[in-house]
Write a protein that binds this ligand. Structure first.
Ligand SMILES: Cc1cc2nc3c(=O)[nH]c(=O)nc-3n(C[C@H](O)[C@H](O)[C@H](O)COP(=O)(O)OP(=O)(O)OC[C@H]3O[C@@H](n4cnc5c(N)ncnc54)[C@H](O)[C@@H]3O)c2cc1C
Ligand code: SF4
Ligand code: SF4
Ligand code: SF4
Length: 400
């Protein structure tokens, strides 16, 4: 497992955190976009003095995860908070705790051109822009440096992001800070920002109007309905799942996500937050009104102390960690078999802003058909099982 992109140049070995570029003493590394739209470190050989610092500190090969962890079925009791959030709204109460301590919260929001990037805020009102999942790789910009600056000034800082981005931050800082709180989302993959750009342009061309916002996890049709909603500047909106399907089919994601070193129940940040999928099978006593239930992992002493301070605002019930993860993303999923072909067609312009939607539909059609077939099979199995139970009961009654 101890593979390093700066040695192997295998894209699966780099999650794009950019830490190496920040710590190189000679400024020899530049994070550069590849033809798929993902950032990778490029070394200027004339500046490099072969000190190996970048290789040694690369966070893509984490050591021991935190073992003192507990997992909770959870949600924020404030229904307004939950409404604006992707899952059970667990991000907000933790962030609120930090803001109320005059702290700083880093998270992912859109800019005016709907490009997802990391930013920091200091007020409760501004936390809203981080709520909701943006299904794309976020540009970290200079967040790691800013986090360090604030910590050195003695401020509380909460950093939220993917597990690899949180691990990148810890590797950059190199030392523990009591006032740093890391909160990672449970993430199964990060799609390409280039694909999202082409998708937005294609939609705007087809509809003849500008997009104002994309809600990847709108709860308009319920938490479990994952069809994204696209809102246009003229106030109209539209549901479309072509991009979402390409994301969950592993067609448009970063290569490192298919060999992720951070997936499953072992966790490294103070908190991990995700969706509590399979709640009906995990705990049927929980009332699920389809407004969002979170999987919350608390992984450190610091995390437990904060949880104790905010627990009055939450619904919390402890659950077995492995059981909770069994219905979520807990192991790596292979990339789509035509992923490379798809990105090659983007590189040579065959797939572009005039046709990417139909191409994504075309490429994911077979996997969609497979999923529908699998669902049908399961339904048939359930019917057979039910019929068997009924006939068994009838035979028993006859005997009696
Ligand atoms: C790309 C992606 C893949 C995901 N895959 C899974 C999964 O497989 N299983 C699962 O259980 N949950 C997954 N999630 C997480 C889930 O969708 C929710 O983000 C999480 O449960 C937090 O929800 P909330 O209601 O507590 O918070 P919300 O209030 O919705 O807060 C959202 C939090 O997510 C962060 N965030 C938003 N977009 C991004 C991004 N692009 N990169 C990094 N951080 C981001 C914000 O900074 C904020 O901290 C994924 C999220 C993303 C962005
Ligand atoms: S430090 Fe980050 S960007 Fe650099 S090689 Fe490692 S994973 Fe990639
Ligand atoms: S080996 Fe040292 S000098 Fe060369 S790129 Fe890595 S950190 Fe920079
Ligand atoms: S799946 Fe793994 S490598 Fe990909 S963004 Fe998430 S944590 Fe990073």
């Amino acid at each position: 497992m101890s593979c390093n992109y700066l040695k192997t140049y295998d894209k699966k070995d780099c999650n794009g955190c950019g830490m190496c570029a920040l710590i190189c003493p000679k400024g020899a590394i530049t994070m550069t976009k590849d033809s798929e739209g993902f950032l990778y470190p490029v070394i200027d050989k004339d500046k490099c003095v072969h000190c190996n610092l970048c290789e040694k500190r690369c966070p893509n090969n984490p050591s021991e995860p935190n073992t003192n962890q507990k997992t909770y079925i959870s949600y924020c009791e404030d229904s307004k908070v939950k409404e604006n959030s992707a899952s059970g709204g667990m991000f907000y109460p933790i962030a609120k705790y930090v803001v109320e301590k005059n702290g700083i919260v880093f998270g992912v929001c859109y800019d005016d051109n709907l490009i997802a990037h990391h930013e920091y805020v200091t007020t409760l009102e501004c936390l809203k822009k981080f709520q909701g999942s943006k299904y794309v790789r976020s540009d970290l910009k200079d967040s790691y440096r800013k986090v360090e600056e604030f910590l050195k000034k003695g401020k509380y800082v909460m950093f939220t992001g993917t597990p690899c981005q949180c691990q990148g931050l810890r590797a950059f800082l190199k030392k523990e800070y009591d006032k740093l709180i890391t909160c990672e989302i449970i993430c199964h993959a990060n799609p390409s920002p280039k694909v999202l750009e082409l998708y937005k342009k294609n939609l705007e061309k087809l509809r003849g109007k500008k997009i104002k916002r994309i809600w990847f996890r709108s709860k308009l049709n319920g938490w479990k309905n994952s069809t994204p909603i696209i809102k246009f500047e003229d106030g109209t909106s539209f549901e479309d799942s072509s991009y979402y399907r390409a994301f969950v089919s592993e067609l448009i994601n970063r290569p490192s996500c298919s060999d992720c070193r951070f997936c499953g129940p072992k966790r490294y940040s103070d908190f991990s937050i995700g969706d509590l999928w399979g709640i009906d099978k995990i705990d049927s006593t929980i009332e699920d009104n389809d407004t969002g239930i979170s999987l919350l992992n608390v992984n450190t002493e610091k995390g437990f102390k904060i949880l104790d301070k905010i627990k009055a605002e939450l619904y919390l019930k402890e659950v077995d960690t492995n059981l909770a993860f069994s219905y979520n993303h807990h192991q790596n999923v292979p990339i789509h078999k035509n992923r490379d072909k798809f990105f090659k067609e983007i590189s040579n312009g065959t797939i572009n802003e005039t046709n990417i939607i139909s191409k994504m539909n075309q490429y994911t059609k077979s996997s969609l058909t497979k999923r529908v077939m699998r669902k049908c099979k399961n339904i048939i199995k359930k019917i057979i099982k039910k019929t068997e139970v009924i006939s068994c009961q009838n035979t028993k009654q006859k005997k009696e």
